[in-house]
Design a protein around this ligand. Sequence first.
Ligand SMILES: *Cc1c(COP(=O)(O)O)cnc(C)c1O
Length: 373
Amino acid sequence: MLMIPIIDLQREYQTLKTQIDAAVGRVLASGSYIGGPEVSALEAELSSYLSSPYVITVASGTDALFIALRAMGVGPGDEVITTPFTFIATVEAIQHAGAKPVLVDIDPQTFNLEPAHLESALSERTRAILPVHLYGQPAPMREIRAFAQQHRLLILEDAAQAIGARYCAVDREPGRMAGNLGDAAGFSLYPTKNLGAYGDAGFITTSSPQIAEEARLIAAHGSKMRYHHIRPAGYTSRLDALQAAILRVKLPYLESWNTRRRHIARLYDEGLKNLVETPYQAPYSYHIYHQYTVRTPERDRLLAFLKENGVGSSVHYPLPAHLQPAYRDLAPQGSLPESEKAAQEVLSLPMHPFLEDAQVEQVIETVRRFFAA
Ligand SMILES: *Cc1c(COP(=O)(O)O)cnc(C)c1O
């Protein structure tokens, strides 16, 4: 029995080894290890790829989110509306900005924040909405933007899982890149993300020169000129040159990798329909399948069966934020029922651009055997 891992980063490295080793060697020889020309070049290349005027690299996706919030002026006394069905960093970022997370439930079909619930979460203190483009599918930004505009709220996108995803106003239009759908966005370049560094990394996008300038100051000790500090409570969150050089090798492959993920998703959709609930692709979205996440009431038994049969899988996420021991004060159990139910039923299957069609077939076959038994 051949094991099928959920993701295969060694395979990716082997494919790009010559280029990556050369890039790493170039940085090691350069004597410039934090910031510098590799980092500036990466920021320019990301800016061009995402059509986003300003790109500010930082040390992680979590940093990108909380620095962006602070740069937008969100702070103590403010409330930020977000989803409980996300990686915990989304909620942590709001706390690190000094603001209060207010949770609203998800749409059970897309697992993204349900805009119809925004009204009930609104208060005099609401400053911003933080939608997550979960699993690589953009949140319903048309409705979220309309609500934000009506109530003069800021929008920060959590685009950690959505690099290269598009939001299309009209079906199948080329669409606007995730990261350009609000006032600012935070991206993660964690190794397992669709574009991953070989360590921690992240970046902020914005079209606002003010937010960009504030974010750069916060990430660099409130300083533009060395040893001159013009903004209080600065922080240190920088990208190192090694990561930038590695990311510059990978970025040109990202579109084709995302295309490959979409192809794999179509194979799974076809092979798994009638067995599990396959991911819903909203008409407005160009989904980049950071995760291929299915839904079934048999989740725990299927998870165990896949494990016994050498198929990697994972639960994103087993507990919504408000059921985490650290965050029970955010909302009572039972108050966000769709998130709570999703947490019991979702399962992510192997998904990465180096997964072969034959491996996809083997995963499908294994799921079939489970349901036949
Ligand atoms: C990965 C991730 C983050 C955090 O990114 P790090 O680079 O790990 O700090 C934030 N939000 C979501 C939805 C993520 O998936």
